[in-house]
Design a protein around this ligand. Structure first.
Ligand code: AMP
Ligand code: MG
Length: 326
C-alpha cells in the first residue's frame, strides 16, 4: 500500500476519507497546526495501527479531535468553568485541553491515563472530515515518531506514505507548530506544551497558568521529551548576540535565521530565512518546512539563531531546543 495524495477540495475524497475512518483505517489530514494521522477515537484496533505506523511508544497518548460540543460530550465527562472559558475563547483553534475522560475512549488512545487530550481544530478540511466520519478522530502528528512534524501533504507522504490509507491535501498548514496543551485536571491550569495560543493569551482569560516543570526539564510524555521534533542533521542554537559561528575546516553548514538582517554569508552551504521582516507568525508557519529542507541537504550541522521567548517565540524555541538536544 502506498497512500495517494488526494485533493481535499474534492468532496468525493472527503466522503472516501470519512468512510475510511469509520472502517477502522488511517487518514492523514491537514489542521491549522500540522498534518494529523487520524483514526476513529473509539476504535482501539485503529489506534494500534497509528502507534505502529509512527513507531510511537504506547506511553505517549494521542489528541482527540472533535467537530462540535456534542462530540466533545462523548469524549470528556465534565467541563469545569475554566474549561468552558477557554473553549469559548479559543475553540475552534490550536488549543488542546487535558480533561477527565469518558470510559468509552480506549486506554491505548490515552496511554492508560484517566484523562484525555482534546481539541476542536480550526481548519475546514479537518472539520469536514470529522463531520463526515461521524466520530471524534484521534490523531497525533503524521510523521515517524521523534522527527520534525509535517506541514504539507508531501511531508506526510515522504515519512509515512506506505503506512496510510489516504492523505488529504489541504495545502500548507497555516500555523505550522503543534497546538498549545493545557492540563485542567489539577488545582491550577498547567501548560504542558507551548504553542501558538500563548501563555499571555491564556492568562488573560483564566488568570495565572503554571508552566509545567516537565516543559522545562523533567519529561513525562514524549511531546515533552528533551529530544523530539528532530532532524537527522545535528542542530546547534547560537548565542543571542548575533555572532555567526566559526566553522570548522570543510564543514558544510546550514543557517536558519528569523529575519533578513545582514548580507548573506557565503560560508554557509544553505541559509533559510523564516521571515524577511522577523514576524513570528510567519516564522512558525515556515519553521518545519525550512528544517526539513536543510535536513535534506546532507549538511554536517545546522546553526540556528534564537528568537525571544515571548508570545509565539516560546513555542518556536521549545521546538528548536528539542530538535537541538542530543
Ligand atoms: P502529538 O499529537 O504528536 O502532537 O502529541 C500529543 C501530545 O499530547 C503527547 O505527546 C502528550 O504530551 C500530550 N497528551 C496527550 N494526552 C495527554 C494526557 N491525557 N495528559 C497529558 N498529556 C497528554
Ligand atoms: Mg508529534
Amino acid at each position: 500500500m502506498n497512500a495517494q495524495i488526494r485533493p481535499a477540495s474534492d468532496p468525493e475524497f472527503i466522503r472516501l476519507a470519512g468512510e475510511t475512518i469509520r472502517m477502522g483505517g488511517l487518514v492523514a489530514f491537514p489542521t491549522e497546526t500540522v498534518y494529523g494521522l487520524g483514526c476513529d477515537a473509539f476504535n482501539p484496533d485503529a489506534a494500534a495501527k497509528i502507534f505502529e505506523a509512527k513507531q510511537r511508544p504506547q506511553f505517549d497518548p494521542l489528541i482527540v479531535h472533535v467537530a462540535d460540543r456534542t462530540q466533545l460530550a462523548t469524549v470528556v465527562t465534565a467541563l469545569t468553568s475554566t474549561a468552558q472559558q477557554l473553549i469559548d475563547q479559543f475553540w475552534p483553534g490550536p488549543l488542546t485541553l487535558v480533561l477527565p475522560k469518558q470510559l468509552t475512549i480506549p486506554d491505548l488512545v490515552t496511554a492508560g491515563l484517566e484523562t484525555v487530550a482534546v481539541r476542536m481544530p480550526n481548519h475546514p478540511v479537518a472539520h469536514a472530515l470529522i463531520r463526515e466520519a461521524g466520530t471524534p478522530i484521534a490523531a497525533p502528528s503524521a510523521n515517524p515518531f521523534g522527527y520534525v512534524s509535517p506541514t504539507t501533504a508531501q511531508h506526510v507522504a515522504d515519512g509515512l506514505g506506505s503506512m496510510i490509507d489516504l492523505i488529504l491535501d489541504g495545502g500548507p498548514c497555516p500555523v505550522g507548530v503543534e497546538s498549545t496543551i493545557v492540563s485542567l485536571v489539577g488545582p491550577q491550569a498547567e501548560l504542558l506544551r507551548p504553542g501558538s495560543i500563548t501563555l499571555e493569551q491564556l492568562s488573560a482569560v483564566i488568570g495565572p497558568v503554571r508552566r509545567s516543570s516537565s516543559v522545562i526539564d523533567q519529561p513525562t510524555a514524549p511531546g515533552q521529551l528533551a529530544r523530539h521534533y528532530a532532524t537527522q542533521t545535528p542542530v546547534k542554537i547560537l548565542p543571542f548576540d548575533k555572532t555567526r559561528p566559526t566553522l570548522q575546516h570543510n564543514e558544510r553548514a546550514g543557517l536558519l535565521i528569523f529575519s533578513q538582517t545582514s548580507a548573506t554569508d557565503e560560508r554557509f552551504a544553505a541559509i533559510e530565512v523564516l521571515s524577511i521582516t522577523g514576524d513570528l507568525r510567519e516564522a512558525a508557519h515556515h519553521l518545519f518546512a525550512a528544517l526539513r529542507r536543510l535536513d535534506a541537504q546532507g549538511l554536517d550541522r545546522i546553526y540556528v539563531e534564537p528568537c525571544h521567548e515571548e508570545g509565539l517565540g516560546m513555542a518556536i524555541m521549545d521546538r528548536l531546543r528539542r530538535c537541538a538536544a542530543l
